[in-house]
Every structure is written in C-alpha cells, then in structure tokens.
Design a protein around this ligand. Structure first.
Ligand SMILES: Nc1ncnc2c1ncn2[C@@H]1O[C@H](COP(=O)(O)OP(=O)(O)OP(=O)(O)O)[C@@H](O)[C@H]1O
Length: 606
C-alpha cells in the first residue's frame, strides 16, 4: 500500500512538472507575439515613467508649501501661486502621458490578439477530421472568441500594471525613504505579509478560473448545438428538455462564476485591510513624531499620501495577478490547439507527386485498405476496389454499413490504417491535399453554403472564375432558371448554410460548383436523399450531366439512384459482399435482391 501511494505521488509530481513545463512553453510562445510591437511597449514604458513621476511629485509640492513656506511664517502668495501653477502643469503632463500610454498599449494589445485569433483560426481549419471528432465544437468557439479576449487582457492590463504600478511602487518607496527612513522601514513590514497572502490564494484562484472557463465552453457548445438543431428540437417537442439542460449548464456556470468572484473579493479585501492597518500605524507613529517635534507636519502629510498611494499599485498588481491567472489558463488552452499537429499531413517535398488536373485520367484503386475511426476497431476491415477512368460505381447497403466511412479516406479526411488508395497510380498520401481536393469533388447530403452571393458560392470566392463560366455551369445542371427567379439573381446574398433555399436548390448550387471546378473524380454521398420526387428528378438529371466523363462513386439509400451505374457495390458490416450490375446482382438472388424487394415493397405501399 505505501508503495502504491508513493508511486501515485510520484506520478502526480511528474504530471505537475509536465504541466508547468507546458504552461511555460505556452507563455513563451504567446509572449513572442509581442515582439513586433517592442517599440510600442518601449513607448508605453517611457510614458508610464513620465506620467507616474508627474503624479508622485504632487504631494511633494504640497509638502514644500507647508514645511518650507507656511511653517516658517511665509505669506508670499506669489510663491504659493507658482507652486499651484506647477502642480496644475504637472497634472496636465500626467494626463497627456497617461492618455498616450493607454492608446499605445491598446493598439499593440489589440493587434497582438487579432494576430493570435487569425493564426488560431487558420490552424484549426488545417486540423484533421479526427480532431473534430474528439473535440467539442463549443470549446473551440470559446477558444477563438473568449480565450483570445482574455489574452488581450494580459497585454493591455497585466503588462500595463506591471510597468505602471511596479514603477509607482518603486518611486513611492524612494520618496518615502527620502522623507523619513524610520517610518519607511516600518511601512516595509507589510511587504512579506502581502507576499504570503498572494501565495496562499494562488492555487485556489487558478483552479477557480479553470472551472469557470471549462463550464463556459460547455455552455457555449450547448447553445451552438441547439441553435443548429432548432428545427429538430421543435419538431420533436424537445424545448422543455433542452431548456432544462440549458438551465443545468447555466446554473453550474453561475456557481463557478460566483466561486471565482468570492475568491477575488476575499483576496482583494484582504489587501484593503492590510492597507488600512499600515495607514493607521503610520498616522500613529508619525503623529507621535510630529508631537515630539521629530518630524515636520508637511512630511507627515506627504507620507500619509504616499502610504495611501502605496497600496493602490499593490492592490492593482494583485488584482492583475488574478487576471494573469485566468490569462495563463487561456494561454494553456490555446497553446494546446496550436501544438496539435494535423494527423493527415502533406507529403515531404521529395516524396511529393504532382498530379495535374488536366493530365489526370481518374483511375482509383483502393488496394486492400482497412480503416476505422480508432485503430482497435476497424469499420472497414478489408476493401479492395478498382475504378476505371470514367466509371460510375454505386454503393448501397443499410444504415451503418460503412458506405460513407469507406469513401472518407479518399478525400483524406482520415488516412487508411493499412493498404493504400491510389489515383492514376499515385498514392494519395503523396499528393498535396490542395491538389487532391481539386481532383476529387464531394457532394454531400447537406451541401454547405457560405454566407455570400450565389455567384461566390458557386465559384467558391475565386474571383478569377468569370460570371459567364458560373452561369454556364448553372445552366448545365439546371439551376439557372431557379437562380434567375431570386430577387438579385446571381448576386442574391445567401445567409449562412443557405438557410433561405430549399434542399434541392442548395444541392443544384453544389452541383454547379462541380461543373466549375471540374474534378476528375466525383463522390456523391446521399446527394439526393433529402429531396422530394420532383426535385429528385431534377437533381438526377443534373447528376447524370455532372458525372459524364468523371469517375463517380455514388452512395445511395434509394436503389433507383444507382440502378443504372456501371457497377454496384453492396456493403454490409463494413465489407463489400456483392458486386456487379443491377441485373447481375438480381440474378445472384442474394442480399441486393433482398434490398431491392424491400425497396419495391415500400414504394408499392407508398
Ligand atoms: N466520425 C466517426 N467516429 C466514430 N465512428 C463513426 C464516425 N462516423 C461513423 N462512425 C461509425 O462507423 C460506422 C459506419 O458508419 P457510416 O456513416 O459509414 O455508415 P453508412 O453506411 O454511411 O450509414 P448511413 O447510410 O446511415 O449514412 C457506424 O457504426 C458509425 O457509428
């Protein structure tokens, strides 16, 4: 037993050390974003020194009037007015430098965060599909939006506080020692107490931030999922259940927030108390010194001003310490994404095979592949399939048979576990992904449309593709008339995901895309599944048009969609169990015939 607890302790210590190392790496990497703005930070530093010096000179000026003039019987109003003028001038200088310093810092901070956000989004869009299977989308939304915002606080608040308040503190200490060394030493006693309080609160605060951030991610994820599935929620009357779950998430986020707020308030008020104790001590000791004429009144006035100001920067720094804690949590989370490498990688330059679209013929070979989303559980244990250029192969099978899974490695959404997929003899892992995606076009059941015009959705924002080419493509697939009926024709703005269009209209637009980009190989994954029979006919004839001359893989539930394919592959439990033309398969009296009879029976009943 003691052995096992010692081992557990060791493991925890090792994990803590590894976490610390990672946090440090994250901190360094994020800090490097500040490098291009080093001159702005230098400017902030200079402005801060000038602004603070101006501020701190003010109590000293009052002390001069009290001790050097009024206390020795001076009544020269001109002298007092001059000092008052200097006081006012210093206030204006302080205002100007503080203004400049804030502007410079905000400029640098916001630029840094905009850059981090851009890089993060770019990085996320390069990650493999397996990453998106594992990671909650909501947490990625939080990473890009709110974690980057928290990091901005590091550059705009934490750094500023370190510079401004750190320097204020140093200068106040210098002024205090200059005024009265003994009293200054007494005031310094509070410093170790402050250090101890900060140390004790540190771990607790960090944990509180971590819990709050992860609960916020969960809440945002829940909202995002609900919004995208609102149609289904209403159709299945899930509003109450979803509201109940939302309330649960909302409540747990609220609780985490309250815990964080309580910890913060407790932490900050402890400093207020320490400040007041120090002030009372100074007034008491200083008062005694003035009473026994060891100290001038002006010095006591200046000293109490400084001791009050002394706690302001300490309070600020400790408050910023809290912000820093939440920043490091956000930095860790963002760095975790940055340090995730895409599992599907482009080939090394010396292995790269450049297969030009104009030269590709479209032969596809699935050579004894096996594939699964996790290595231990292959969904496709073995598949050997060879498609001739221009051939159309239909893939049928019941739900979950592995039809979509089998084609996903062809797009390199995932890589096969064993075997290889080749196009015109080239292993697709040796073809740069950008080229591969020009060679292989994919049309899914739910085509994705972007927020933008119809024109841009067809040509995918590539302005070098002319309007005429887009229109020709749309005519070819039978989408032109439908587009011309829209209020702005080809310039009609579509909302995100094309929510203003019917499923058939969205599908026709995605077919037009294929005609514009002309991939050699085409995959249609249930492309006609969502359509009514009239629209399906329209889309079917568009499909016949776009697949002509292209090697085409068509996945379909409805056998009518693939009946005329050159070959049909019948899938069951991840394996191709039958293969042949429609007539050949029926003649086999096997699984295909069963599927066919089922489909006919269902159609008759309908
Ligand atoms: N991203 C994923 N991660 C893990 N498992 C998955 C993933 N996608 C699919 N699967 C699993 O792989 C198996 C095959 O699914 P697939 O979607 O390929 O079937 P399908 O034949 O295309 O079905 P359908 O006709 O319903 O689309 C199923 O058991 C499914 O649960």
């Amino acid at each position: 037993m003691p052995n096992s607890s010692a081992a557990a302790l060791k493991a925890t210590q090792a994990k803590d050390a590894a976490d610390k190392k990672k946090s440090f790496e994250a901190f360094r990497a994020i800090l490097a974003y500040g490098k291009p703005h080093k001159w702005a930070f230098a400017g902030v530093f200079v402005c801060a020194v000038l602004g603070i010096s101006a501020d701190l000179l003010q109590p000293y000026l009052v002390k001069i009037v009290i001790d050097d003039h009024l206390a020795v019987g001076g009544r020269d109003m001109g002298y007092i007015a001059t000092i008052a003028g200097i006081y006012l001038g210093i206030s204006i200088v302080s205002f100007l430098f503080t203004y400049l310093q804030n502007n410079l810092l905000q400029y640098a901070g916001q630029s840094i965060v905009a850059r981090i956000r851009k890089d993060l989004f770019q990085h996320i869009s390069k990650l493999s599909m397996s990453y998106f299977d594992r990671v909650h989308r909501g947490s990625l939304v939080t990473n890009v939006s709110s974690d980057t915002e928290t990091i901005s606080q590091f550059f705009t608040q934490v750094l500023l506080s370190l510079i401004r308040d750190g320097m204020t503190l140093v200068l106040i200490i210098v002024f205090m020692f200059q005024l009265d060394t003994t009293l200054a030493w007494y005031s310094m006693i509070v410093l170790p107490v402050i250090g101890l309080v900060a140390f004790l609160f540190r771990r607790y605060l960090r944990q509180a931030y971590q819990v709050t951030r992860s609960r916020l991610s969960r809440l945002i994820g829940f909202i995002a999922e609900n919004l995208s599935g609102m149609g289904l929620i209403q159709a299945f009357r899930q509003e109450e259940e979803q509201t109940r779950r939302f309330n649960e998430n909302n409540q747990s986020y609220w609780e985490a927030n309250m815990r964080e707020v309580r910890a913060n308030v407790l932490f900050n008020r402890t400093f207020d108390i320490l400040g007041n104790v120090a002030l009372v001590t100074v007034v008491w000791l200083g008062g005694l010194a003035v009473f026994h004429e060891h100290m001038a009144v002006g010095v006591l006035y200046a000293f109490t001003s400084y001791i009050r100001q002394f706690f302001q920067p300490i309070n600020q720094i400790t408050m910023q310490w809290n912000t820093f804690q939440s920043t490091t949590v956000s930095m860790d989370r963002i760095w975790k994404i940055f340090s995730t490498e895409p599992e599907v990688k482009d080939p090394e330059p010396d292995k790269t095979c450049r297969l030009r679209l104009s030269e590709a013929r479209g032969r596809v070979d699935f050579n004894h592949i096996s594939f699964g989303y996790s290595e231990s559980k292959p969904v496709i244990p073995h598949l050997d399939l060879h498609l001739k250029p221009g051939e159309m192969v239909g893939i049928v099978g019941t739900t979950g048979a592995g039809k979509s899974t089998m084609i996903s490695p062809l797009n390199r959404f995932y890589d096969v576990n064993s075997g290889s997929i080749k196009i015109d003899g080239a292993d697709i892992r040796d073809i740069p992904q950008q080229q591969l995606h020009r060679l292989v076009g994919l049309i899914q059941q739910e085509p994705y449309l972007f927020a933008g015009t119809v024109l841009d959705n067809v040509r995918l924002f590539q302005e070098d593709i002319s309007r005429e080419k887009v229109m020709d493509a749309c005519r070819f697939v039978g989408a032109h008339d439908m587009i011309m009926r829209m209020s702005g024709g080809y310039d009609t703005l579509l909302s995100e995901r094309g929510s203003g269009l019917s499923a058939g209209e969205r599908q026709l637009i995605s077919f037009a895309r294929i005609m514009v980009f002309e991939p050699r190989i085409l995959i249609l994954d249930e492309a006609t599944a969502n359509l009514d029979s009239h629209t399906e006919q329209l889309v079917q004839s568009a499909l016949a048009n776009v697949s002509t001359g292209r090697t085409t893989l068509v996945i379909a539930h409805r056998l009518s969609t693939v009946m005329h394919a050159d070959r049909i592959l019948v899938m069951k439990d991840g394996r191709a169990i039958e293969e042949g033309t429609h007539d050949e398969l029926l003649a086999m009296h096997g699984y295909y015939e069963q599927l066919y009879n089922h489909a006919r029976q269902a159609a008759d009943e309908e």
